[in-house]
Design a protein around this ligand. Structure first.
Ligand code: NAP
Length: 273
């Protein structure tokens, strides 16, 4: 039995579908099983109950344990889970102690290593799905407003993260590794906004603002902290001259090249219409 946390989310949903279609026994965790719309044959259970009985492997999404993963990790190991695949982050490579995304993911990795189970820490960079944060503005015909239009990253499609996670759960050769995962191309946010416009068949706009304006806008988001805003703006600024490097890991692990952002935009066109 493989338990998938965050099963209705960006990575969890395609991962559950992949495992279920491969004939695996899957328990999908969600806070609301009644509205989860999971594939038939998949057992839906409540995240809040930490239902890990009978589980042999666990896919852990930090989004569901932001308040502390210790309880879930110890319950998993006590209950016989032999392998934990963590949705970690490329941020774990940043040694800035002020980068709470880095320290959070490194702390989770350490807690799992210390638990004495087999582990795989997938380390994706920026998700294509972060573009969903622009959906409300683009649906309203408004521009996406950000600083550093020349900042370049190699965003990754959630289906490619899910494909790597499925291999990490099912095969033994990734055990004890931290694969760095990116998409196939380095692109800018203005490129992404334009590609979304192409996918929905109407022009979309990007407008450059100053870092100070961006800081004020980001601080209005409920989950943002001033320290995190500073880190995120620093990373965007640095990626103008030092774009994220493309990793070969998705293709090496899954046997197929990662999906381009244009494919993601086509897959999600309805979110922006
Ligand atoms: N975004 C990036 O660029 C990026 C880059 C690298 C790594 N990551 C990692 O990926 C994670 C996000 O993965 P994702 O996009 O697949 O997740 P997601 O779609 O944001 O969330 C996954 C699911 O978790 C549940 N959930 C959300 N908040 C919760 C909470 N407070 N308590 C309990 N359950 C909650 C929700 O399901 P229900 O409503 O059904 O319960 C949601 O569908 C990040 O937390 C980070 O660790 C992200």
């Amino acid at each position: 039995m493989i338990v998938i946390t965050g099963a209705t989310g960006n990575v969890g949903r395609p991962l559950v579908e992949l495992l279920a279609s491969a004939g695996q026994k899957v328990r999908a965790l969600t806070r609301d099983p009644a509205s989860a719309r999971l594939p038939s044959g998949v057992e839906a259970a409540r995240t809040q109950d930490l239902p890990l009985d009978g589980a042999t492997s666990l896919f852990l999404n930090p989004a569901v344990v932001w308040g502390g993963a210790e309880e879930m990790i110890s319950k998993a190991t006590d209950g016989g889970v032999r392998r934990i695949v963590l949705l970690s982050s490329a941020a774990a490579l940043d040694d800035d102690p002020g980068n709470m995304l880095a320290t959070r993911h490194r702390d989770l990795e350490k807690a799992i290593e210390d638990a004495g189970v087999e582990w795989v820490f997938t380390r994706p960079g920026e998700f294509d799905a972060n573009a969903l944060g622009w959906a409300e503005k683009l649906r309203a015909g408004e521009p996406v407003r950000e600083p550093f239009p020349g900042s370049r990253s190699a965003p990754i499609h959630e289906k490619d993260i899910a494909a790597v996670a499925a291999r990490a759960l099912l095969d033994d050769d990734l055990v004890g590794t931290r694969p760095l995962l990116t998409g196939p191309e380095t692109i800018t946010h203005p490129d992404q906004v334009r590609m979304i416009g192409e996918a929905i068949g109407r022009p979309t706009r990007f407008e450059e603002i100053t870092p100070e304006e961006a800081r004020e806008e980001m601080l209005r988001l409920p989950y943002m902290r001033p320290g995190l805003v500073d880190v995120l703006l620093r990373l965007r600024a640095e990626a103008v001259d030092a774009p994220e490097e493309i990793s070969p890991e998705v293709e090496r692990i899954t046997g197929r090249p990662p999906r381009a952002f244009a494919e993601w935009a086509a897959d999600h066109a309805d979110d922006f219409r």
